[in-house]
Design a protein around this ligand. Structure first.
Ligand code: FE2
Length: 577
């Protein structure tokens, strides 16, 4: 039984293939076509899924799409009629979406195959059910509270669900224009971060701010008995494109979310090229603070209806690792399982697993223990990319490889670490990572000057041996996908100064040996030399999608001032090249 899950014509287009209930392979199109957040049709991702499963498109039994343009239609129509200026746009968009429902035609055109050879059935699944499914069906639990929240999807921004056995029962939805994701995006735009996906950056700015505007920003975002509401005076109407526009080349552009009322209250919006002021930091602080208040309020409501300790969560806002880190002390939930691809690429997995379990009724069997669902490359493919780049390199056995890299990190070098299968989701988790010493005071500046060129306020993340987490962090709930921010214990902050954020927190990755033995052993090798069971881990890229293939890693190594690259069993040094 082969099921292909798709997220298409939507930000972070992706494909995933599920064979007899097991996720065989999953990838976002951006990693293959190198266009960040690509929002067209995921042709390359589909072909990569088929190749990994050793299948042809004619072998696929079901295609599951994490979008259903017929879902919540009455709410969409009601909104369109209340905003007559947007009515024509709504009609056009609906026509376009109807065309996109012909999956057979889309596959035949984009994968170039004979339509007569296609025998799959097509299933469309509402956006947020697919998000919840991407978390719950990957979790080890037989029952859980399900929660999804983001900017929008199928005209909904928030969903609460009861998950039990094979079923996901929707309990509640928050409809547009009310959206926690839109609220966050609007303030990010107002303070000069107006690109799709910038929200994660601004989360790092919030702790630099003070409690200046919390009470004013709270007026924009009010909790209610049923959930929350935005004060729409501060927002431009989203329109039927739900706040973003997909360009013909598949890139995503955000519509302006804030209205003139924001400037009346807070002064002019920040020009993205200008300095960040205390006003901007204070607004970032208020934004994160108020977002968390509403998030915890919603989780309390959910727990009242589904009084279980387990929370299965996804949706773009579930990448708010600061809020995730606090939920154990601020809500009754005790355990989280958050889909590593919490954003919209995760819809491909959610839709496929929902079809397998809820539609076809097959029992639960899949637990997603790690995120290494992408492509891998043979030693000879890797060696060919080093040779064609003209690099000098050495081939090492496992032990000497770990020893050499650990030595380099201890000496303060920045090392590209490319191993095994690529991660699924936006985080590099030790297979497509750049690794460095977490305890050198200048390491953040070194990384930014030489490779990453990130905003000064964004922290770098620590990977820690799972069993040592409680020694270094104030929470011991594991964070295998780097989705929780915890306080670093006072006595360890100096040892972790390069990954200790201004509020003494770190967005950690807990590394268990059975989930990634090679990366775990690298951290152990580093600990033997430095006494620290932690490595600084940042994604292997330079203002581009994370590297996928060896050629991209080698090119990044050559373009930047990385000191060394460990790629498969090969090591190349900048000093020798
Ligand atoms: Fe979404």
């Amino acid at each position: 039984m082969l099921i292909l899950g798709l997220n298409m014509f939507h930000a972070d287009a992706s494909a995933a293939i599920v064979q007899d209930g097991k996720i065989v392979f999953a990838i976002a199109e951006e990693r293959l076509n190198r266009i960040k957040h690509y929002a067209g049709f995921p042709s390359l991702a589909i072909q990569a899924c088929l190749k990994a499963a050793g299948a042809k498109i004619g072998d696929i039994d079901h295609i599951a799409v994490g979008q259903d343009s017929d879902a919540n239609l009455s709410e969409k129509i009601r909104y369109a009629f209340a905003n007559p200026a947007k009515l024509l746009n709504f009609v056009k968009l609906r026509q376009r979406k109807q065309q996109m429902r012909d999956v057979r035609e889309l596959i035949a055109t984009n994968i170039q195959c004979d339509p007569a050879a296609l025998r799959f059935r097509v299933h469309h699944l509402e956006h947020h059910i697919a998000h919840v499914a991407s978390a719950y069906y990957c979790s080890p639990w037989e029952q859980a509270a399900g929660f999804s929240y983001d900017g929008s999807g199928d005209f909904v921004s928030t969903m609460m669900a009861r998950c039990q056995g094979n079923d996901i029962q929707v309990l509640d939805r928050v409809f547009l224009p009310h959206s926690l994701g839109s609220f966050y995006t609007m303030i990010c735009e107002f303070i000069g971060y107006n690109k799709y996906g910038d929200e994660g950056k601004v989360m790092g700015l919030a702790p630099y701010g003070k409690d200046t505007y919390v009470s004013q920003v709270r007026d924009l975002l009010m909790t209610s008995a049923s959930g929350f509401e935005l004060d729409l005076e501060y927002f431009k109407p989203l329109g039927s494109n739900e706040g973003m526009q997909i360009k013909p080349d598949g890139t995503v552009e955000l519509a302006r979310h804030f209205s003139g009322r924001m400037a009346e209250l807070f002064g002019p919006p920040r020009d993205p090229e200008s300095e960040i002021t205390q006003r901007d930091m204070d607004l970032a602080y208020a934004m994160q603070h108020c977002f968390e208040e509403v998030f915890f309020h919603l989780l309390h409501e959910l727990h009242n209806r589904v009084p279980l300790p387990n929370l299965a969560m996804a949706g773009g806002c579930a990448l708010n690792s600061v809020a995730n880190g606090k939920l154990f002390s601020r809500t009754p939930f005790r355990k989280t399982w958050i889909q590593p691809a919490a954003g919209d690429e995760g819809l491909a997995i959610g839709a496929a697993l929902h079809t397998y379990h809820a539609v076809l009724g097959y029992p639960r069997s899949c637990v997603m223990k790690d995120s290494y669902l992408g492509p891998e490359f043979t030693d000879s493919e890797i060696e060919a990319s080093l040779k064609s780049a003209g690099l000098k390199y050495r081939k090492l056995e496992r032990g000497p490889l770990l020893d050499t890299v650990a030595d380099r990190i201890t000496a303060g070098d920045v090392v590209g670490w490319f191993q095994g299968r690529m991660e699924w989701g936006p985080r590099a988790l030790g297979n497509r990572s750049i690794v460095a010493h977490p305890g050198l005071p200048n390491m953040k500046d070194v990384l930014n000057a030489r490779i990453k060129r990130r905003e000064w306020f964004r922290p770098f993340a620590p990977s820690i041996l799972e069993e040592r987490q409680a020694e270094y962090f104030e929470h011991d709930h594991p964070s295998p996908f780097m989705l929780h921010v915890y306080k670093i214990r006072a006595e360890k902050r100096e040892q972790l100064c390069a990954v200790n954020h201004v509020d003494d927190t770190g967005r950690l990755q807990s590394v268990a040996r059975d989930e990634n033995p090679l990366y775990y052993d690298l951290i152990r090798a580093f600990e033997r030399k430095s006494g620290i069971p932690v490595i600084l881990n940042t994604s292997f890229n330079e203002n581009e999608p994370i590297v996928c293939a060896p050629e991209e890693a080698v090119s990044c190594f050559q373009r930047t001032k990385m000191d060394a690259i460990a790629i498969g069993p090969f090591v190349a040094l900048k000093s020798e090249n």
